[in-house]
Design a protein around this ligand. Structure first.
Ligand code: G3P
Ligand code: CA
Length: 321
């Protein structure tokens, strides 16, 4: 089965995008200076104020669970593939831009190489976001390590590497932040076990939240690593999302914006069951406002700096939830 693709997904910056604001330009400049990820005044991201859910999630509260949003608190900002509107997606530099923008959570996708090494990549091929060609699952780690994953976005990012999951976990561990890790596409038990092993070896079990469209991958993760919180990605809603959440032991149910709009009432149903709701992939202020007012717990966006700034301004206006 091919990895999930949502036809309306706006989260694929097919063309390199240029900064449109002074803020993003400043962030971009900072990021260019950190391609090697050495030095630089990195502001550590404060560990989440992960207040336990009022009623508890469907099955316990894993240490790194996404939080249910408290009244008056902003929705959690999830930087989709890092700050993918300002830097090449799913790279350490994109993560750094998001981090400097204040995003505590970074969303990235993980898939295995031919020889079983988990890498951070969204598409099933390397064609769009590197200078190589071919399916990631047909390429070895040595072949993937030789790719340039930045030039496609802008010349300033030439030499950016395709990160392994291990490199990304180490980067987050040392520089700050939490990881919304999407297990992309079908995974075998061994492939999930490798992901779990790496998360544990890097001491990141309390800072990783696993999500997937793949129910089987979530079941395997739950079996192999019950300490990891789980989120189910959905492009269309389940008939009974609460029942699905209970069945899978979800801490979060993560629908697309379009999917949630078909039955907005499921938000209250899931909250009543102690399940957080994080919506993807939302880049427009009008939608941020609608979702924040509705009470979603998190927003997954390609524009984390703008979302964080927008919320600050909106809440200062006195109309925030
Ligand atoms: O985190 C939600 C989002 O990443 C799901 O879609 O295709 O961007 O992985 P996609
Ligand atoms: Ca993803």
């Amino acid at each position: 089965m091919a990895p999930h693709r949502h036809p309306k997904d706006p989260g694929h910056p097919r063309q390199p995008r240029r900064p449109r604001t002074a803020l993003v330009a400043a962030l971009l400049g900072a990021a260019v200076g950190t391609v090697a990820l050495t030095g630089g005044p990195v502001r550590p991201v404060t560990p989440a104020a992960d207040a336990p859910a009022p009623d508890g999630p469907a099955t316990g509260v894993p240490a790194g669970a996404p939080r249910l949003r408290a009244a008056g608190a902003p929705p959690t900002v999830y930087a989709h593939r890092g700050a993918s509107s300002a830097a090449p997606e799913n790279t350490l530099v994109s993560d750094e831009v998001a981090r400097r923008a204040g995003a505590e959570w970074i969303e990235d996708d993980v898939q295995p190489s031919r020889d079983g090494v988990p890498y951070v990549l969204h598409d099933d091929t390397v064609d769009r976001t590197t200078n190589g060609t071919g399916r990631i699952r047909d390429l070895t780690a040595a072949q993937l390590d030789a790719l340039d994953a930045g030039s496609w976005f802008a010349p300033a990012y030439a030499g950016t590497r395709l990160p392994t999951l291990a490199a990304q976990l180490e980067d987050l561990r040392t520089r700050g932040g939490r990881l919304l890790l999407e297990v992309k596409g079908p995974h075998t038990r061994d492939q999930v076990a490798r992901i779990v092993r790496e998360v544990r070896e890097h001491g990141m079990t309390d800072r990783v939240f696993v999500q997937s469209f793949e129910v089987d991958a979530l079941r395997l993760t739950r079996e192999l690593a019950p300490e990891l919180p789980l989120g189910l990605l959905r492009a269309t809603l389940d008939p009974d999302p609460v029942a699905t959440a209970r069945d899978l032991g979800l801490a979060a149910y993560n629908p697309s914006d379009d999917a949630l709009a078909t039955r907005p009432g499921v938000l209250q149903d899931l909250h009543a069951a102690g399940v957080a709701v994080n919506v993807w992939t939302v880049d427009q202020p009008a939608r941020w406002q609608a979702l924040a007012a509705a009470g979603v717990d998190g927003i997954i966006t390609n524009r984390p700096a703008e979302l964080a700034g927008w919320y600050t301004a909106w809440s200062a206006s006195g109309v925030a939830r």
